[in-house]
Design a binder for this molecule. Structure first.
Ligand code: HXC
Length: 514
């Protein structure tokens, strides 16, 4: 009996040691810099008492320095978020700076494999100095194992990365391969080559924050989808993102009604679009008013602000929202906006989120720089993504849908299920000025008063072509709707098409321009 007790005692001691990670002193250091430990983060992420750790006793193999620590610098396991199972890993900075070696990688791969076998999301919390230098090529191979899984499991289960501290070097590729990247402001950073290397190679001087801080990745690089001012906020955002998503690609997203009336009319929307079509207005206002109150979770807010992407609910049903923001660059589509839209379409299509698209765009951004950087290739991605997406698709043209912008933004013959337009919609090859210049240049120049003639012809063009009824007459939109009724009409349409079945042609995969 005494022997059994001592064995249990020993287990308890081992467990306590594993819980301590790099030890009390390093935990203290972590707290002193305002950061939480891996275990504290997991406790915030998961429903109380639901975490079950896996492989807490794994240690670094072949450890000549005798510095191995139980768990090898990463806490892995499973637990629940709002009652639904997820698999998790949290790198422990108190153990060799959270650096990744062979066993550390194997632990992460194990939870990723279990997540896919059971159809559950994976959340990774990254706080790491990157490849563990002492383990050489084994660390690099360890990263390759993770990246391969990130890629092969993409579109099978949702993968979310929370960047809680450093994420340096090639290590940054794992989050970049996941669906949603959330960063903590002024605490986390991501870059491939750090300030020292940059200084040596290019002579540029830059600090961690301005090189790869949360602001940079939210506003400039587009790598981060969400940021929060502290770890608790970032973790709450992760829980919130999960609430919109199904557990896997053959599951449906949860339905969470919040009491907002499906038939709620918003009369103010009738006056949202200015009568002068060169005047801006905020598409954010329209989205917020149309979706279930308080459910719009915008992603990539600071990047390509001329486009809007985010998650929302309509009568409790999760949807992906994609739109132009006429308030920024008149809603024109440039390379970054195309990338942002395309990625969102693919994300929603992978995880059974219907696509709701609001269109107000004068077209693609003209200019040598955009053409030379490949706006054709980037714009083509949007076409590819919308054409290939088999989830329910609904579009609403609120104002301009000129030329390429009309076609790429979920137009009817790209396979959109239901297409609506507001009475303010202008669906045409181009705006009145451009069109009259091309069609009537000679007539205008020969007129007694070219200014009057130009105005007359522009008015005629607007009357004839820049009305939603031109498109509706030809069957290119399904209906012209009163803006106030948009919410009710979208919900109605969503119920009609939510169970749509779209078999696809067998092939290995398409060759999307990337
Ligand atoms: C082994 C590492 C480590 C690493 C940090 N540590 N990074 N150990 N391998 N990569 C250890 C430190 O030696 C230290 O141990 C402890 O972690 C804490 O590190 P500090 O430097 O004291 O902390 P801090 O000042 O907060 O700085 C954190 C840091 C810095 C910014 C992350 O440690 C750093 O720059 N590390 C190297 C980053 C990097 O270049 N990694 C390789 C990237 S290349 P002690 O015992 O002294 O406390 C890469 C290739 C992947 O990752 C390729 C995949 C394709």
């Amino acid at each position: 009996m005494a022997q059994v007790d001592s064995r249990n005692e020993n287990l308890k001691k081992m467990r306590d040691t594993a819980q301590q990670g790099g030890g009390p002193e390093r935990i203290e250091r972590q707290h002193a810099k305002g950061s939480l430990t891996a275990r504290e983060r997991l406790a915030l992420l998961l429903d109380e008492g639901s975490f079950r750790e896996l492989e807490p006793f794994v240690v670094q193999q072949h450890d000549p320095d005798k510095k191995s620590v139980l768990g090898d610098g990463v806490v892995t396991g499973y637990g629940k978020v709002d009652g639904r199972m997820i698999y998790v890993y949290a790198q422990d900075f108190t153990v060799h700076g959270g650096s990744l070696g062979e066993m550390h990688s194997r632990k992460i791969c194990r939870v990723m494999d279990l997540a896919v076998r059971t159809g559950s999301p994976v959340v990774g919390m990254i706080d790491s100095g990157g490849a563990r230098i002492q383990e050489g090529v084994k660390s690099l191979g360890g990263y390759a194992e993770i990246f391969r899984r990130n890629a092969q499991y993409s579109g099978v289960v949702p993968q979310i990365s929370l960047i809680m501290g450093p994420c340096a070097g090639g290590a940054a590729y794992s989050p970049a391969l996941t669906d949603v990247v959330i960063m903590v402001e002024k605490q986390s950073f991501m870059f491939l080559t750090g300030p020292q290397v940059i200084k040596t190679v290019t002579g540029e001087e830059v600090d961690f924050e301005s090189l790869g801080g949360a602001d940079v990745h939210l506003s400039i690089s587009g790598t981060a989808h969400l940021t929060a001012s502290n770890e608790e906020g970032a973790i709450q955002l992760c829980r919130s993102v999960l609430s919109y998503l199904p557990s896997n690609n053959v599951d449906n997203p949860p339905v969470l009604k919040n009491g907002d009336d499906a038939n709620r009319r918003t009369v103010s929307l009738n006056k949202l679009v200015p009568t002068d079509s060169s005047m801006p207005y905020s598409m954010h206002v329209a989205i917020e008013q149309i979706v279930d109150k308080g459910t719009f979770l915008e992603l990539q807010t600071g990047f390509a602000r001329n486009a809007i992407v985010g998650l929302a609910r309509l009568d409790g049903m999760s949807v992906g929202v994609i739109a132009q923001e006429p308030d920024v660059m008149a809603g024109v589509i440039d390379i970054d906006a195309a990338d942002k839209i395309c990625r969102m379409v693919r994300f929603c299509d992978a995880f059974n989120l219907p696509l709701i698209t609001f269109v107000d765009s004068p077209g693609f951004l003209p200019g040598v720089e955009q053409e030379h950087r490949g706006i054709i290739r980037h714009g083509a991605k949007v076409l590819f993504a919308y054409s290939e997406a088999t989830v329910p698709k609904i579009s609403v043209v609120t104002r301009k849908a000129y030329g390429g912008a009309y076609v790429v933004m979920s137009s009817k013959y790209l396979g959109t299920d239901i297409t609506y337009a507001w009475p303010s919609a202008e669906i045409a090859v181009m705006g009145a000025k451009g069109a009259t210049n091309i069609l009537y240049r000679k007539q205008i120049s020969q007129a007694d008063d070219p200014t009057v003639e130009r105005a007359r012809l522009e008015a005629e063009y607007i009357e004839r072509y820049l009305t939603p009824y031109a498109a509706a007459n030809a069957g290119y939109i399904d209906d012209v709707i009163e803006p106030a009724d948009t919410r009710a009409r979208l919900i109605d349409a969503l119920y009609a098409i939510k169970d749509k079945y779209m078999p696809t042609t067998a092939r290995k995969h398409g060759n999307m321009p990337v």
